[in-house]
Write a protein that binds this ligand. Structure first.
Ligand code: G
Ligand code: G
Ligand code: NA
Ligand code: MN
Length: 250
């Protein structure tokens, strides 16, 4: 496929860029971290979103170079944020295939340890299924060097309480599927509340994704949700806009 061939060019040729979506502490109302989301400025196709090329990258092994590019970029951007007076952990989405890739583990650990950057890895439970023993061992290595492990899209994929029990995760992100209609649905609030309680019992912090209304944010606060992310708080934005956001709020 043409797009696959063009990916290598995109990675080395500066066509990729990152946007950042903040997460806030529900009670303190301050930014607790940001998630890096990749975009591709394609010379002919225009803006290509990750849903259209991440799956291709995963199948074609470009995912390793792409993710290392992202990690380097994030480490550099975190320095720029620090110079502007903002100490912000940055979370990166990590594809499942990489969790059992020794080269990725080695490169990622070297970059994070050398830089001392505050990094989180967002992984889905589904991504652990391929090779659970290696994935869990590698996640423990990441956690040991200070990378925060966050379980992404919780409840939307093949969730297993067996993985929840074994993963060295400090954070659980409830999928936006349960959050966008939180205040108009009968079941979503029950699912969200029990997921928050489960995560807290396992000593994890909870992030609600897909927070789009003040009403949803207020209900999440009552339910004891720790953090929130979504269009109400901020859309994914560039680094300059993020610095302004950190200075002036939304
Ligand atoms: O930003 P957007 O909503 O289009 O993101 C769509 C999906 O792409 C999300 O599921 C997100 O996890 C994934 N994604 C975004 N950036 C990256 C990345 O750098 N690496 C991987 N593996 N997935 C990413
Ligand atoms: O799978 P992941 O959770 O990484 O997906 C992130 C995607 O969710 C991004 O593409 C982002 O644009 C999208 N997103 C972020 N906040 C919201 C929101 O409040 N509502 C909806 N519908 N999508 C959101
Ligand atoms: Na994510
Ligand atoms: Mn998610």
């Amino acid at each position: 496929l043409a797009l696959v061939r063009e990916l290598q060019e995109a990675i080395v040729g500066g066509q990729l860029f990152l946007q950042y979506q903040p997460k806030i502490h529900v009670r303190r109302q301050e930014v607790s971290g940001v998630e890096a989301l990749i975009r591709w400025r394609h010379p002919e196709r225009g803006l290509v979103m990750p849903g259209d090329f991440i799956p291709l990258a995963e199948e074609s092994e470009h995912i390793l170079d792409l993710t290392i590019w992202t990690l380097r970029q994030v480490i550099g951007d975190q320095l720029i944020l620090a110079e502007a007076g903002h100490d912000v952990p940055i979370f990166i989405n990590i594809a499942g295939v990489l969790l059992a890739n020794p080269r990725f583990v080695h490169l990622a650990c070297s970059l994070v340890e050398e830089s001392g950057a505050k990094i989180g890895f967002e992984i889905t439970e589904t991504s652990v299924i391929r090779d659970p023993a290696s994935a869990i061992a590698n996640l423990k290595t990441f956690a040991e060097i200070g990378i925060t492990i966050s379980i992404d899209d919780y409840g939307a994929g093949l969730s297993s309480l067996a993985y929840l029990k074994q993963l060295p995760a400090r954070e659980l992100k409830i999928d936006k599927l349960f959050v966008t209609q939180l205040t108009s649905s009968n079941r979503d609030p029950l699912i969200v509340r029990s997921t928050i309680d489960l995560a807290h019992a396992l000593e994890m912090e909870v992030v609600a994704e897909g927070v789009e209304t003040q009403a949803a944010l207020a209900l999440l606060a009552v339910m004891g949700c720790d953090m929130a992310q979504g269009f109400l708080i901020s859309r994914p934005i560039g680094l300059d806009a993020l610095i302004k956001y950190l200075e002036h709020g939304r």
